[in-house]
Design a protein around this ligand. Structure first.
Ligand code: UDP
Length: 465
């Protein structure tokens, strides 16, 4: 007699590697418990984007995970809205029919759908088909706590943070936040993007549960605030399960495909290298790249630096011409101490390498978690999205990094980068930070162990399923 196939859980990430990577790690949690899972990935309309390449890379690195590409209806480039977040919301909404089709065709029917934070429009599809919907929040719990609270907060405050940059804002469960450190999407409360994001957060409360890529002891205050209903007063917050940290493993390419920068790291002393990497989208002006180069050179420290073309270049997949972007003679002078990677490095492997001693990061949440699980102290240089808020959480709440002053201005000066790099790498200067990150790393490992808080939280979620 044929055994009935298990009902799969469908995972539905949004566009971008920062959303896709942790969703694939979530898929592996299901697989480890012997459950069926499919990752339904929207076929990105940006064919030249790094995320398109990431799908292929992830599929190759994870043969056990089933991926399905959902076609997105083509729309002319001229119809596409300029703001990346609005474009993402549009694409995810336009893919609803393909998701509906895919879910209808599932035999047996999907047990549940887990939606990324940008996919709240898909709640309509799940409701229509009667498939239970959960949400996966791939960012900090503190960020979720603030965003759920914003609608309640606005009536008491001007809705535009950009008009009061130095005002200090207080939200339950997180440290005080300067208005200029609020996410870029909600800086102007009257903007289309701010309204769209708040509408999405309001809809998140419709989910049956929210899985968060964090762990209890990292953000215990935010977790209590959410569970006590302080963040969305007057509404009922669905159960929140901290199941992280879910990060890429350290061996994404396999030995044969080992990146040249890893071989270079092999030859460096332990904890001696500063790693600089700014997410999937981080780019700097030529003037800023030159300041960074001067700061690194003057610090006298070894470094591994991911460099991309400045924003005025149309595509970020075109290789940068390092000789013209960086100061004259810089590459020659630093040949012994530095290694510059064009566009993309195997970050998660790099961070776990014993030669890396500090991480200059844009504070994307995946990067922050990768820094934590690798036990590498961080130098926070937030750039876009909610990264300034992450910086506040990382520096004030978690105490796993220091900040680069001037991140909110046009240029961070070479001298500032030099000072922070020297501070964190110095045997005395960075000692406290190194001890703290080692402690937080242990907490992360404990959370993921059998019987740890994240392991239990995932089981609780499965019980609800
Ligand atoms: N990443 C990488 N190599 C790079 C830049 C980024 O592997 O050169 C990975 C990084 O390890 C992380 C993801 O891309 O897993 C970026 O996610 P994050 O949330 O940090 O930033 P985002 O790109 O979403 O701003």
């Amino acid at each position: 007699m044929a055994v009935a196939a298990p009902k799969p859980v469908v995972l539905y990430p949004s566009l971008g590697v920062g959303h896709l990577n942790p969703m694939v790690e979530l898929a592996k949690l299901f697989l480890r418990r012997g459950l069926a899972v499919v990752v339904a990935v929207v076929d990105s309309p940006d064919k030249d984007s790094v995320s398109a390449a990431a799908v292929a890379r992830l599929a190759a690195a994870n043969p056990d995970v089933a991926f399905r590409l959902l076609p997105v209806p083509s729309c002319g480039r001229e119809d596409r809205r300029p703001h990346l977040v609005m474009r993402t919301i549009d694409v995810m909404r336009a893919t609803n029919p393909a998701l509906r089709e895919f879910l209808r065709a599932q035999v047996p029917a999907a047990d549940a759908v887990v939606l990324d934070m940008f996919c709240t429009d898909a709640l309509d599809v799940d409701a229509e088909l009667g498939v239970p919907a959960y949400l996966f929040f791939p960012s900090a719990l503190g960020y979720l706590a603030v965003m759920l609270h914003l609608p309640d907060y606005y009536p008491a405050a001007p809705s535009s943070f950009k008009d009061m940059p130095d005002a200090v804002l207080h939200f339950p469960g997180v440290p005080p936040i300067r208005a200029l450190d609020m996410p870029t999407t909600v800086q102007d409360g009257d903007s289309e993007v701010s309204k769209a994001r708040l509408a999405q957060y309001a809809r998140m409360l419709e989910a049956r549960g929210i899985l968060v890529n964090s762990f209890d002891r990292l953000e215990s205050r935010a977790l209590s605030a959410l569970r006590c209903g302080l963040c969305a007063p007057g509404c009922s917050t669905p159960p929140v399960h901290c199941i992280g940290p879910l990060v890429l493993p350290g061996n994404t390419g396999g030995i044969s495909k080992r990146h040249a920068c890893l071989q270079w790291l092999d030859a460096q002393p332990d904890r001696s290298v500063v790693f600089l990497s700014f997410g999937s989208l981080g780019r700097f002006s030529t003037a800023q790249l030159r300041e960074m180069a001067r700061g690194l050179e003057n610090s006298g420290q070894r470094f591994l630096w991911v460099v991309r073309n400045p924003p005025e270049h149309q595509s970020n997949s075109v290789e940068p011409d390092l000789a013209s972007l960086l100061p004259e003679g810089f590459l020659d002078r630093t040949r012994e101490k530095g290694f510059v990677v064009k566009n993309w490095a195997p970050q998660s492997e790099v961070l776990r390498h014993q030669s890396v001693g500090a991480f200059v990061t844009h504070c994307g949440w995946n990067s922050a978690l990768e820094g934590i699980v690798s036990g590498v102290p961080m130098i926070c240089w937030p750039l876009y999205a909610e990264q300034r808020m992450n910086k506040v959480l990382m520096v004030e709440e978690m105490k796993v990094g220091v900040v680069v002053d001037g991140y909110e201005e046009e240029l961070v000066k070479a001298e500032e980068l030099e000072i922070k790099v020297r501070l964190v790498m110095a045997p005395d200067g960075g000692k406290e930070l190194r001890q703290r990150i080692a402690t937080v790393r242990e907490m992360a490992i404990d959370a993921l162990k059998e019987g740890g808080s994240s392991d239990i939280a995932f089981d609780e979620f499965l019980t609800d399923l």
